[in-house]
Design a protein around this ligand. Structure first.
Ligand SMILES: [Zn+2]
Length: 124
């Protein structure tokens, strides 16, 4: 577990400025997966989304999200992958829609490690 504070809140997030993870009630496995994802951001000492979007390239924002989901995936037992993977792909898809435009299968390959290269598709 990364060295950071955790604090109850209304949403899941990681605030790099004070190294704090915010979390909601843990009602189900999806909430647990989200918390592990935020642990991933803290573990890798990721920058906040607003900073990333202002100062970095889109693929770097994207890479942070992939890495945080891969971290979360390593924390769970393989017999939960069936539930985890579809949830992680759903979450990634929200970024995907404005950053990369991958198919769901390509997203799955990115978090399972089947695809290593992150490419940004340009819409011409
Ligand atoms: Zn994230």
């Amino acid at each position: 577990m990364p060295n950071c504070k955790i604090q109850r809140d209304k949403t899941f997030s990681y605030i790099p400025e004070n190294r704090t993870i915010h979390y909601t009630d843990l009602r189900d496995y999806y909430d647990l997966f989200s918390l592990l994802h935020e642990f991933g951001h803290a573990h890798f000492r990721h920058l906040g989304l607003k900073t990333m979007l202002r100062e970095k390239e889109p693929f770097q924002v994207w890479q942070q999200e992939i890495d945080a989901w891969k971290y979360a995936r390593k924390c769970i037992k393989p017999n939960w992958y069936w539930l985890f993977d579809s949830f992680a792909v759903d979450c990634l898809d929200t970024y995907n829609k404005f950053l990369t435009h991958y198919s769901r299968n390509e997203l799955l390959n990115l978090i399972t490690g089947a695809t290593r290269q992150i490419k940004i598709r340009r819409e011409d």
